[in-house]
Design a protein around this ligand. Sequence first.
Ligand SMILES: C[S@@+](CC[C@H](N)C(=O)[O-])C[C@H]1O[C@@H](n2cnc3c(N)ncnc32)[C@H](O)[C@@H]1O
Length: 312
Amino acid sequence: MQYRHIPVMVDEVLGFLNCQPGGTCVDCTIGGAGHAAAIIENLLPDGLLIGIDQDLDAVEAAARRLAPYKSNVHLFHDNFVNLPDILAQLNISAVDGILADLGVSLHQLEGSSRGFSFQKDEVLDMRMNTDQPKTAGTILNQASSQTLKHILKAYGEEQWAGRIAEKIVSRRQRHPIRTTGELVEVIYEAIPQRIIRKRKIHPATKVFMALRIAVNQELDCLDRFLTAAVELLRPGGRICVFSFHSLEDRLVKHRFRALENPCTCPPDFPECVCGKQPQLRVLTRKVRRPGAEEIARNPRARSTCLRASEKL
Ligand SMILES: C[S@@+](CC[C@H](N)C(=O)[O-])C[C@H]1O[C@@H](n2cnc3c(N)ncnc32)[C@H](O)[C@@H]1O
């Protein structure tokens, strides 16, 4: 199987991670190993790259791509929230660099047949890890109208969440919603035509994103991962996170800031009494984005947000 994905902002990430020969880095979302193949070149001859992905297709693709570096690579089919256990299995207590390139791969969107894209008519699955029990179809056909509304609003910031949730429930009373095509039809029925005509994005974009986030519990995993990952960096170690929508980017920005300035004392206290020590120095005061040339080459890169921090 051909695995397609174009890695974004490779030079920037190499600069921030600052990997050195003999170092240990973790790519927590290895995908097709585009970033990882570049990172490992900086770790050779005796460094170690640990690669994680919850999608088995990605782990297999990464194994093929990184075969020439086999003795310097450990790959895991797992969720990155389990990073502490993975490092413990390898007897590693701290690492020099951690990368997380969140979101979906081009393979998942275009080649996985799991219903990640509204541009294809496929079964509504959307699981990155197909060992998980709950699919997008399960949620759509079993969740209450209230829960569906919450998912579409909280994870998709969909203005028409209530109407779409009601239409989903009324459609599934006739027969279950099984395919992406059926879901797109329901969305077109729920959102008024005048709004659809005005929208700059496809009317199904936010609903599909919201469902994918819910199926894979993406925000909850990211939140748990960030705190654990920073603990596993050695002093001077770096963490880089790519996100592709504002909910994720906000979470990364706030978590980094909170770890840089964890003091919880009221602002009018003359000095800190809570004793919470900074753990990070944020390296990206402003979010980094790809340049025009990269976006022209790879239009999917346009929504990329990169943030990086250094462990104190
Ligand atoms: C944008 S792709 C990564 C592409 C990769 N950087 C490359 O160069 O090919 C995102 C990958 O992250 C994986 N992923 C997303 N959330 C994850 C999680 N919580 N744990 C492990 N892998 C995750 C997805 O399965 C997907 O393969």
